[in-house]
Ligand binder design. Structure first.
Ligand SMILES: C[S@@+](CC[C@H](N)C(=O)[O-])C[C@H]1O[C@@H](n2cnc3c(N)ncnc32)[C@H](O)[C@@H]1O
Length: 192
């Protein structure tokens, strides 16, 4: 059962439209983390840190998480301290486009939850950083499954291209789950 304080903060974040992943997505992430025996998790797009907190409370894993918005960085640091997990989280401040190429660690689970227009660009870095047998989860990939508003055509195209690249990559076995606004779950089957 989820920690009550965390559940309340998640509900408040959703009410204030300050995004955190849906309950369905979180439940898949927690399940995947357990199944791959995740010791080191990468999250791209920290928000207020609530998904990192849930992952950290579930196990003794460490999380590296990347965020570029100063207000969210401050909120996330507060939440990590509030839940006593600061010592197991590295919050990297800045744009993931600049930070990802500098990372050298190997991760068991990667949660891609940043600007959707950048997903395709981040995919090669996610692949490089994920261990064989590890899992990449990308949120909101079915954002426009009910139709694309004219102003969002470019974004829908970016997401479509990301999904095409991911599904065409034979290093991954990819499933798209109908949780939240669509979660791509891609297991990396071999080294590269
Ligand atoms: C959907 S929210 C993340 C929610 C968080 N993963 C959770 O489940 O609680 C997306 C976050 O990604 C951040 N973001 C978007 N693009 C980014 C980038 N290129 N580099 C770093 N952070 C980014 C946004 O500022 C925002 O806080």
């Amino acid at each position: 059962m989820m920690n009550e304080r965390l559940a309340a903060l998640r509900a408040a974040a959703m009410e204030e439209r300050d995004p955190t992943c849906s309950d369905g997505v979180l439940s898949v992430l927690l399940n995947k983390a357990e199944r791959v025996g995740a010791k080191h998790i990468l999250e791209i797009g920290t928000g207020r840190g609530l998904t990192s907190v849930a992952l950290l409370l579930q196990s003794d894993a460490c999380v590296t998480t990347i965020e570029r918005e100063p207000a969210r960085i401050a909120a996330a640091r507060e939440n990590f301290a509030r839940f006593g997990v600061s010592d197991r989280v590295a919050l990297l401040e800045g744009d993931a486009a600049d930070i990802l190429p500098c990372l050298e660690d190997v991760f068991d689970l990667i949660f891609l939850d940043a600007a959707k227009v950048q997903y395709r660009r981040f995919l090669p870095e996610c692949k490089r950083l994920l261990r064989a047998g590890g899992v990449l989860c990308a949120d909101d990939v079915l954002l426009f499954s009910d139709g694309v508003p004219p102003k969002r055509r470019m974004l829908a195209q970016h997401i479509g291209e990301f999904l095409h690249d991911l599904q065409a990559d034979e290093a991954f076995t990819t499933t798209i789950l109908p949780v939240g606004k669509g979660l791509a779950v891609a297991r990396k089957e071999r080294a590269q």
